[in-house]
Design a protein around this ligand. Sequence first.
Ligand code: M6R
Length: 357
Amino acid sequence: EKGTYPHFMLKEIDEQPFVMRNIINQYQNENGDLKLDDDIRAAMKDADRVYIIACGTSYHAGLVGKQLIENIANIPVEAHIASEFVYNMPLLSQKPLFIFISQSGETADSRAVLVEVKRLGHKALTITNVPGSTLSREANYTLNLYAGPEIAVASTKAYTAQIAVLAILAVDSARAKGIELDFNPLQELAIVANAMEVLCDQKEEMEKIAREFLAVTRNAFFIGRAADFYVCLEAALKLKEISYIQAEGFAGGELKHGTIALIEDGTPVIALATQEHVNLSIRGNVKEVAARGAYTCVISMDGLQEEGDRVVLPKIHPYLTPLVSVLPMQLISYYAALHRDCDVDKPRNLAKSVTVE
Ligand code: M6R
């Protein structure tokens, strides 16, 4: 039920701090340590390469997951769009492990890959919000998201839950391989939950940004580098699907290779600047587009902010920045759709779970 909320999407955005805390509880043992299935740990330890397969928002979470597993557990990872993978399969490694990420667990494109992977005799892990769903039943292992039912077509809390669970999986796998870490995901996720709460309290500012930048525009661009780029892809998808604005996420460095030709006077460009190692470069990109007339809005992270940034995110562990940087993007998309009188929870032409290939 929506309760006092006008839309499920807003309710689900607001639920994200609780979902983080729920995940912490579910993946913690009595001693406060990580708790994960031994079989999953063994499968990750045994894999020489992980293939993440997903669609839409879940694919975007997979891109972040790739970075987490590679950086934390030192296992090579490829993230693939399910509908491409099934018809254009790359050469597989000797000991691949497949991870299917799916909120619903019913997505037909992902299932087609799972069927093929099983036929080839490979192992599969499904990360889903629906225990007992098709993808969960047909895979060898399942990790639950514990996000509670997601009703709005636009996925929000499932995305952040997927990233949180992928971070936990990455750390568990690292430990299994004897890698020393000074990153405790349960502690860091608690900090994320608090940061999410702070952002959920900033709805007025997000509404203002949506009104100022997106109320009448035909198109909009999101730019970022490294993990911010992945979040930009997700921000653009969120905005397109519920507001029908043509939106694209770009890697900052790619602008000069073509995209910058699209910038006209007043084109909205929303930039994410949460990554210290590329902060100077993304700031340069913001100046480049502004010089060509773009109307720019920078969302940065505490410690990296500059004068004029519209939103400053509370500082969290660098591995987990997408969990907080996506939240303003979700809210901005939500308010943009409201301003444009769109059906937020049930956008045209879309279904919550896509059960045809
Ligand atoms: O249930 P799934 O996670 O497998 O769904 C995948 C996509 O269909 C889904 O994420 C879709 O892109 C959302 N509408 C995005 O908000």
